[in-house]
Design a protein around this ligand. Structure first.
Ligand code: ADP
Ligand code: MG
Length: 626
């Protein structure tokens, strides 16, 4: 029989397929099953408009049979089939997608769509097979046809007797090579797992011929094997089910089936969107970060399905970085997907889906704050850092989205509170949202800088994470209330007592402070009378953009060894120690120098910073003890 030639583009594609890397080869089964499912969809659709056709669900299925001895794998369906012309058109040319043509022809409306607008299609069969035979009989045709090809050389087409409408695709599976084991595509367990992985939610039954065993008749311990067709796909995906049919256990079961995590998820979210973009999604907020969550190896993303067929197991474009802990999947009929990731990134539908998902996660988290406070706190313990990082990164682009989800420890309420709760509880005469930074709650509790603010009765938020102050600096304000560090130059609180000091006294103190400042040249920018200290003798505060806490953090990073906050040494002039300073200023200036250094070092220690010259510090203490 005469061989017909493939069109040039098809030839090139065939080459690509045949030489593709092994790990991708298994998707040929996904492609062929999707085509079968499309073909059944087409009959179903015809039945909707043509009263001569009745669609009885039981008669429509996909069947997988393997014959190990002859190395044959057959995928059969009871779909619409192909006429001679269609075989030639659809399988002889790659550039034209049959499904697309059918779609146009019938002007398919919303709610009915066909898989197969994406992916590598029919030719992928040549990744696993030396020879592909297609036997098909089209709906309404009298006779069947056989199409056969061994790849790039071309194909043959001839009449073939077939009694039922539908298509059989028979693959002659390749022989094993040194590094590729094609035998696997004839093994039950392997085929089952490929079907489960990619085609579990195809809505027609996929029946596979499997080997079973039963006790031999008349015998109790002798068994015999027999073959039987078994449906291997679950067909109705959980995300297509009605929300009120499902219980929390169902979502949890699915979570563990999918191996998303070991413990039960903190929260499951079921989303069904029907609008400009249509999709179903199941999302999970894990109760604990994955073991690699805070490492570079961690890869965010959701599984992406197109009409029940898995097309990507980690689609990162569906999740913003700050919600990277979310797991789950998205299924949409609207995706016109191509296999390349680059295309996906630019896909308008994907962007729309990502936006909806982001909004949904946020609103669910807000609901948790409102209704299940403990759960939210548990969540925040695990992932709060990620949210704060989200506020800070991308130049604060996402701060509006995230600010309501933030929580900090409150000095007054002694628990985690949101910014909204802080602002609502603010005093009438309180201008700022106050915060204090430190390594731990206990440490901040003891910070002298908090004295005045606390005495005023104002709440202070405790920042114990490295990222906290950086994030808040980007946020700048919340509900028009500015953030203010208790260590910042101006606290916005009038301290009455100081105002009663006479001018003369202030002048005198200035000379003393100037002298101390000189003694501490290069270490502090200024020495001042403190307005914030009540009981403690000294503390450090900072002038300018960079806080002392930020300096500490930046110094731990490479290339930042020389960053320095403008430090101010604040002296409590109501403390006894101030009299000692004044006396030394009059009588013994050298001693004052030593005191200045001691006080500065004390302030450093309180701040959690290290002393620049510990030997000098201890020598000075010894000198005083003499
Ligand atoms: P696509 O599915 O994207 O259209 P394929 O290469 O997978 O591209 O398939 C090409 C065409 O061949 C399909 O559009 C369809 O018209 C036809 N076809 C393939 N497999 C079958 C099948 N099992 N039954 C009926 N038609 C089929
Ligand atoms: Mg296809």
């Amino acid at each position: 029989m005469e061989k017909k030639q493939f069109k040039a583009e098809s030839k090139r594609l065939l080459d690509l397929m045949i030489n593709s890397i092994y790990t991708q080869k298994e998707i040929f089964l996904r492609e062929l099953i999707s085509n079968s499912s499309d073909a059944i969809d087409k009959i179903y659709y015809k039945a909707l408009t043509d009263e001569n056709i009745t669609f009885n669900k039981d008669n429509y299925y996909i069947q997988i049979t393997m014959d190990k001895d002859n190395r044959l794998l057959t995928i059969s369906d009871t779909g619409i089939g192909m006429t001679k012309e269609e075989l030639e058109e659809n399988l002889g040319i790659i550039a034209k997608s049959g499904s697309l043509a059918f779609k146009k022809e019938n002007e398919l409306k919303d709610g009915f769509d066909i898989i197969g607008q994406f992916g590598v299609g029919f030719y992928s069969a040549f990744m696993a097979a030396d020879c592909v035979t297609v036997i098909s009989k089209a709906l309404g045709s009298e006779e069947g046809y056989k199409w056969e090809s061994e790849g790039a050389e071309g194909y043959t087409l001839e009449p073939y007797s077939k009694t039922t409408v539908g298509t059989d695709i028979i693959l002659k599976i390749k022989e094993n090579t040194e590094d590729e084991k094609f035998d696997e595509f004839l093994e039950e367990y392997r085929l089952k797992s490929i079907i489960k992985k990619y085609s579990d939610f195809i809505r027609y039954p996929i029946k596979m011929l499997v080997t079973k065993s039963k006790a031999k008749e008349g015998s109790e311990n002798e068994y015999e094997e027999y073959k039987e067709y078994e449906v291997v796909n679950s067909m109705v995906p959980i995300w297509r089910k009605n929300k009120n049919e499902l219980k929390e256990e169902d979502y949890e079961k699915f979570y563990s089936e999918k191996h998303f995590g070991y413990s039960t998820p903190l929260k499951s979210i079921h989303v069904s969107v029907d609008g400009a973009v249509r999709f179903n999604s199941i999302l999970y907020i894990p109760s604990k970060p994955a073991f690699d969550f805070y490492t570079k190896e961690f890869e965010k993303g959701l599984e992406l399905y197109s009409n029940g067929v898995l097309i990507m197991s980690k689609c990162g474009d569906l999740l913003p970085d700050y919600f990277s802990f979310v797991q789950g999947l998205v299924d949409s009929e609207d995706l016109s997907l191509n296999i390349s990731r680059e295309m996906l990134q630019q896909d308008k539908q994907v962007k729309l889906i990502a936006k909806k998902i982001k909004e949904k996660i946020k609103s669910e988290l807000l609901l948790l704050i409102k209704n299940q406070r403990e759960k939210y706190e548990e969540f925040y313990e695990s992932f709060g850092r990620q949210l704060k990082y989200g506020v800070y990164s991308d130049f604060g682009m996402n701060k509006e989205d995230l600010q309501d989800l933030l929580m900090f420890y409150s000095s007054k309420q002694k628990k985690m509170i949101t910014l909204d709760e802080y602002v609502n509880a603010m005093d009438k005469d309180q201008k700022y949202i106050y915060y204090a930074c430190g390594e731990s709650k206990e440490r901040i509790d003891k910070l002298p800088q908090t004295e005045l603010v606390a005495e005023k009765g104002f709440d202070i938020l405790y920042f114990t994470d490295d990222i906290d102050e950086f994030a808040i600096r980007i946020l700048m304000n919340y509900k028009e209330k500015e953030f203010k560090s208790v260590s910042s130059g101006d606290l916005g609180i009038e301290a009455e007592e100081q105002n009663s000091d006479s001018k003369e006294e202030k002048e005198q103190n200035k000379e003393l402070f100037d002298y101390m400042k000189e003694a501490l040249a290069g270490k502090v920018k200024d020495v001042r009378a403190s307005k914030r200290l009540k009981n403690h003798p000294v503390c450090l505060s900072s002038d300018g953009e960079l806080s002392i806490e930020m300096e500490k953090i930046l110094k731990t990073m490479p290339n930042n060894a020389d960053v320095k906050a403008d430090k101010v040494l604040e002296i409590n002039i109501n403390h006894e120690i101030f009299n000692t300073l004044k006396a030394s200023f009059e009588q013994d200036k050298d001693k004052l120098k030593m005191f200045a250094n001691l006080l500065y070092n004390q302030a450093l220690l309180i701040e959690g910073l290290s002393i620049e010259d510990p030997v000098d510090f201890t020598n000075n203490i010894c000198k005083l003890m003499k």
